[in-house]
Design a protein around this ligand. Structure first.
Ligand code: DGY
Length: 321
């Protein structure tokens, strides 16, 4: 029996590509050239499935232009806001993601952002690089201590809870808002806020962990930032479009918000240049899941979903019906 043909849109870790090539007639992207819509459609001719990433915009127009042979889109990511799910469902295309396997790596980056923002790492590092560190100072470069502060987690799913677990070790008090209150064993003493405004009001540090949906886009905006206590810190490892950039940049520039730690941005990689002018913004280029262990696990999970689908089973991480 011939092996299913899959189009892999980005270069993936070696072990993942080796397994894909072993089990599939896999069209790999070893040069890692970013494929536009026309490239994807052209390369997908004769394929049965796509293995895509967050850099591929799988919108309704692309889905409509794909050959009818494509029956599954497996994304190498937990987030799937880059895929038009209703359009895929309407075309009978299964969509899968890679939950669980990047939880720990992303929670670690959230803690790095929290610490980097709280301790003024951006200006401290540039002081060193610019040769401007001329003396230790009892009163200079003073940051904010996380210990004893209230951490507000916006979105208490796997990554939010893993971040909470790590923050408890720093002595932080955990608060959260989610659409639904979680079971006490998952809450582990965290305080639930039924509405997001109530969470903003108590968050000395607000860490964003919700998915990008029509309800959450722009949720961190002028009005909600104004609810935060003085000297608050914002951390975002989820999606850039949950934050209104103009509002956050204004709040950081005026020091109404003490600092921000951001790993994700609107319109990546062409993010708002205003962030670069802010010494209280600690920025990373979407590194949440960027460890080899995690990227391998994501690739294997994306392949597990394809394997199940082509074996006639329901893929474990199918996100549409
Ligand atoms: C995801 O998986 O959604 C991340 O943003 C990329 O690792």
């Amino acid at each position: 029996m011939s092996r299913p043909r899959i189009l892999v849109t980005r270069k993936l870790p070696g072990d993942v590509e080796a397994r894909a090539a072993r089990d599939y007639d896999a069209l790999l992207n070893t040069g890692d050239r970013l494929l536009n819509r026309d490239d994807i459609v052209a390369r997908a001719q004769g394929a049965d499935g796509l293995l895509v990433t967050v850099t591929d915009r799988i919108d309704a127009a692309l889905l409509a232009a794909l050959p009818v042979s494509i029956r599954i889109v497996s994304t190498f990511s937990v987030g799937y806001d880059h895929i038009d799910i209703p359009a895929a469902t309407a075309r009978g295309i299964a969509v899968t993601n890679t939950p669980d396997v990047l939880t720990g790596a992303t929670a670690e980056i959230a803690l790095l952002l929290m610490l980097g923002a709280a301790r003024g790492a951006t200006s401290a590092i540039s002081t060193l690089h610019n040769g401007a560190w001329n003396k230790w100072s009892p009163t200079g470069m003073l940051g904010i201590e996380l210990s004893g502060k209230r951490l507000g987690i916006l979105g208490f799913g796997r990554i939010g809870r893993a971040t909470a677990a790590r923050a408890r070790a720093f002595g932080m008090e955990i608060h959260y808002h989610s659409r639904h209150r979680v079971a006490p064993e998952l809450e582990e003493g965290a305080f639930y806020h039924a509405d997001s405004a109530s969470l903003f009001r108590v968050s000395d540090v607000l860490s964003v962990h919700c998915a990008s949906t029509p309800e959450t886009r722009g949720l961190v905006n002028r009005d909600t930032l104004a609810l935060l206590p003085p000297n608050a810190i914002i951390v975002n490892t989820a999606r850039g479009d949950i934050v209104d950039d103009e509002a956050l940049i204004e709040a950081l520039a005026s020091r109404r918000i003490a600092a921000a730690g951001l790993d994700v941005f609107n319109n990546e990689p062409n993010f708002h240049p205003g962030y670069l002018a802010l010494s209280n913004a600690f920025l990373l280029p979407h590194l949440g899941s960027a460890t080899l262990e995690t990227r391998n696990a994501m690739g294997f999970r994306a392949l597990d979903n394809l394997d199940a689908f082509f074996a006639g089973k329901t893929p474990p991480d199918r996100v549409n019906k």
